[in-house]
Design a protein around this ligand. Structure first.
Ligand code: TXA
Ligand code: MG
Length: 323
């Protein structure tokens, strides 16, 4: 059930139940992170393998120290600049964080969401929330309460509605190896913004062949239909006999027939494109088309994270040639 009753959500979470929650990035499937039974339910409802760890959500940056042993200075700089916001830090965990949350790892991922509803919710709780994106494992992350309802509505008692996500991409995950800053997931905070505050970073985006950040499986954001990525006019030429839909950055293409086309941002604004991407992928999944043709966005700012998601959504055969 979808609603806006924060007190109901608070009560359910205190009772060890799961609630769909809005954040500015994507919707989360939240439960009490310190309650192993609730965390087990998260894995079960999402159909997520137990080796794939969860992000801890807290209300204030002051609470980070309750769960992190230390926060190295370069990460502190990022915390001060970008939290609350679309940033997750990966740090050494304190014992209070159950091993099931981190899938046995000594590091925990933590973020402070900026969405007013999730902040208000967290302020009412005396425990952190574990929350993966509220989609079945392997599918596109939800950016509205309705998306959550469509796929998990019969498995969870309540979904807190906070409107459409303003960022629309998952948080950027940043940690350290030695004294180097590493971006493990390109997300709603642009790599350039991170570097402007903390200096050069290494981007280590993982795939199924690299188990260090097991969540970044290569087909993690897959829609139900094959997605081909490249030069759209050329793809149209090759696939003109098929029923296809087009995802472009800003322009509609000449197709020679009626075709559903989605320009992510007619004004070429990468933030707007990010906001629209997952909704558009879901809408196309509902259409009577066999195949999705898409193009890369400019490889800068949020375009880098968008291109990452498009690549992961593309057909495995094509991924091999892109990796
Ligand atoms: O924006 C977001 O981060 C959203 C909202 C709901 O907060 N959450 C989200 O969670 O995207 P999830 O579970 O779908 O993705 C979390 C990613 C996974 O790829 C996981 O492998 C990685 O974070 N992660 C979490 N804890 C980790 C850990 N201890 N070590 C390495 N990677 C970790
Ligand atoms: Mg996810």
């Amino acid at each position: 059930m979808i609603g806006t009753d924060i007190h109901r959500a608070v009560q359910l979470l205190r009772d060890g139940k799961l609630v769909g929650i809005p954040t500015e990035t994507v919707y989360g499937l939240a439960g009490n992170a310190l309650d192993e039974w609730a965390v087990t339910q998260i894995f079960e409802v999402k159909g997520r393998p137990a080796f794939n760890p969860l992000i801890l959500h807290v209300a204030h940056t002051e609470q980070l120290a309750n769960y992190a042993k230390v926060i190295p200075e370069p990460l502190w700089k990022l915390v001060k600049s970008f939290m609350p916001g679309p940033l997750t830090i990966l740090v050494e965990k304190k014992d209070i964080v159950p091993d099931i949350v981190t899938a046995g790892s000594h590091r925990v991922a933590i973020r402070v969401p900026a969405h007013p509803v999730s902040r208000m919710l967290l302020n009412h709780l005396d425990f952190p929330l574990a929350a993966p994106s509220a989609n079945p494992f392997g599918y596109i992350s939800p950016t509205s309460a309705r998306h959550v309802e469509n796929q998990l509505g019969d498995k969870i008692p309540y979904i807190l509605d906070g409107g459409e996500c303003t960022i629309g991409l998952e948080s950027s995950i940043v940690g350290m190896e030695g004294d180097k800053l590493i971006v493990y997931r390109k997300g709603g905070l642009a790599v350039e913004d991170i570097e402007a505050v903390a200096g050069p970073v290494e981007v280590k985006v993982h795939s199924s062949s690299n188990p260090e950040a097991p969540g970044m499986l290569s087909a993690h954001y897959a829609p139900g239909k094959p997605l081909l990525l490249g030069n759209i006019p050329a793809l149209i030429q090759t696939h003109k006999e098929k029923h296809f839909a087009v995802i472009s950055f800003k322009t509609h293409y000449v197709t020679g027939k009626e075709v559903p086309q989605f320009a992510l941002s007619p004004s070429a604004d990468l933030h707007e494109a990010a906001r629209n991407l997952f909704r558009v992928m879901r809408e196309i999944d509902e259409l009577p088309v066999d195949i999705i043709l898409a193009e890369y966005l400019p490889e800068e700012g949020l375009g880098r994270a968008i291109n990452d998601r498009l690549t992961r959504a593309s057909t495995p055969m094509q991924q091999d040639t892109l990796v």
